[in-house]
Design a protein around this ligand. Sequence first.
Ligand code: ZN
Length: 193
Amino acid sequence: YVFTMTVRTMQLLLKSVDFAARAHRDQRRKGPAREPYINHPIEVSRLIVECEPATAEDVLCAAILHDVIEDCGATHGEILACFNENIANIVLEVSDDKALPRDERKAMQIQMAPKLSNDAKLVRLADKIANVGAMLTDTPIGWDRSQILQYADWAENVVAPCRSVSQGLSDRFDAIIRDVRAWHAGEAERTGS
Ligand code: ZN
């Protein structure tokens, strides 16, 4: 695939990285490495462009911005003003309603997944690859094995209706899920539980 990046694309992409980095400036990932939160949306957009190089720039920007409404209190209107309607809509689609209790939000993600646009499905799928991957590489502090396995099961349900948008991302998701379950089985054997 021959990809020619225009100056406009670079400007838009770096503008979204700048916006998200500032929005997430006081946040860290939940693992012991305490990585800056911005590493996560950067990983999500990288996964998309690696597996689906023809993805539109708006989707890559939305991937960079995908947690700024949910985690930083940014609004749809702010993203609309700084970027465009398409980007703002994708970010809104993948944002949980933080007013709902955690269990309800998780159930909503499964319920809403089939109704997402194809662009939002790409972001959703890559987001789950990054988050399930982090369960192995930088396990959230305080999470036990059964919580990790439950997270993997839940992520699989959210991802199921999103798989059709990318074979490459689906394959990566499956590989990560396999690794998590193999690790879990290995741990169970080691500890006899
Ligand atoms: Zn995310």
